[in-house]
Design a protein around this ligand. Structure first.
Ligand code: ADP
Ligand code: MG
Ligand code: MG
Length: 246
């Protein structure tokens, strides 16, 4: 059965129409890549799936695990297992990374999570990402480098075990080593949790270690092409030019 079914979705931001009748289906455990020029509507699609209220749905619907979630609030979608990593993660003084993740898990799973179990799992996940365990006590993202913020996002992904993770340019601005580490974390999610992914990226480096089921090209708020993983290489070689007309 389909995990995510987006039907004829149109979305406006600040009264400006951005997405135009987008259709997209993601099955359980599948990895999809979304590529397109700057301003095409990639982040808009991610935010609309997550339920960010600034993105107004003007047509169509979003169905998740067979239920229409088009009008549902962000926190309900998070509980269902939808996760969005941010292009620019927020800094939250006064809340440690560890406490933030633990309370997010308690909300997502609707039960208390024992501290001992939590710490054990957190450390194991931090090890996958090569993060020093002391990061758990640091204020969320405060003074983190770009790479550390992205690792903290992937740490949340591993701990929250969403059914669908949307990664919005999680690899942008990272050095080669950091991209490899982030990619290892995403691979662990893909393999160990059979999680589905929608990866928004401009680069092929994060994809090297991952298996890609489908690639979509979005231009001017419309999906212009859908193909398999090899479409990523075509775009890498030729750019978006051949998708711009029509
Ligand atoms: P992409 O992620 O593909 O680069 P976006 O989805 O961020 O593109 O943006 C698509 C269009 O929507 C752009 O023209 C952008 O200026 C506009 N837009 C996106 N978010 C906002 C916002 N919060 N306020 C105003 N305009 C926005
Ligand atoms: Mg898979
Ligand atoms: Mg964007």
């Amino acid at each position: 059965a389909d995990l995510l079914d987006i039907k004829n979705l149109s979305v406006s931001v600040e009264e400006k129409a951005i997405l135009d009748a987008v259709n997209l289906t993601i099955n359980k455990g599948e990895t999809h890549v979304l590529m397109g020029p700057n301003g095409a509507g990639k982040s808009t699609l991610g935010n609309a799936i997550m339920g960010n209220p600034r993105y107004i749905i003007t047509g169509g619907e979003i169905v998740f695990n067979g239920e229409n979630i088009t009008a549902e609030a962000v926190d309900k979608r998070a509980k269902r297992g939808i996760f969005l990593s941010f292009q620019n993660p927020l800094e939250v003084p006064g809340v440690s990374l560890g406490n933030f993740i633990r309370s997010a898990m308690e909300q997502r799973f609707g039960k208390r999570i024992r501290l001992w179990d939590f710490r054990k799992e957190l450390k194991a996940s931090m090890d996958i990402l090569g993060m020093d365990h002391s990061y758990a006590e640091r204020d969320l993202n405060v003074g983190f480098s770009g790479g550390e913020k992205k690792k903290a996002e992937i740490l949340q992904l591993l701990m929250l075990k969403p059914e669908l993770a949307i990664l919005d340019e999680t690899d942008s601005g990272l050095d080669v080593d950091a991209v490899r580490t982030v990619s290892e974390g995403v691979k662990a999610y893909q393999k160990n949790m059979d999680g589905a992914l929608l990866i928004i990226t401009h680069s092929t480096r994060i994809l090297e270690a991952l298996s890609v089921d489908k690639t979509h090209v979005i231009v001017n708020g419309k999906i212009k092409a859908t193909g398999d993983g090899s479409l990523v290489n075509k775009i890498n070689d030729e750019g978006f030019e051949s998708f711009l007309e029509g």
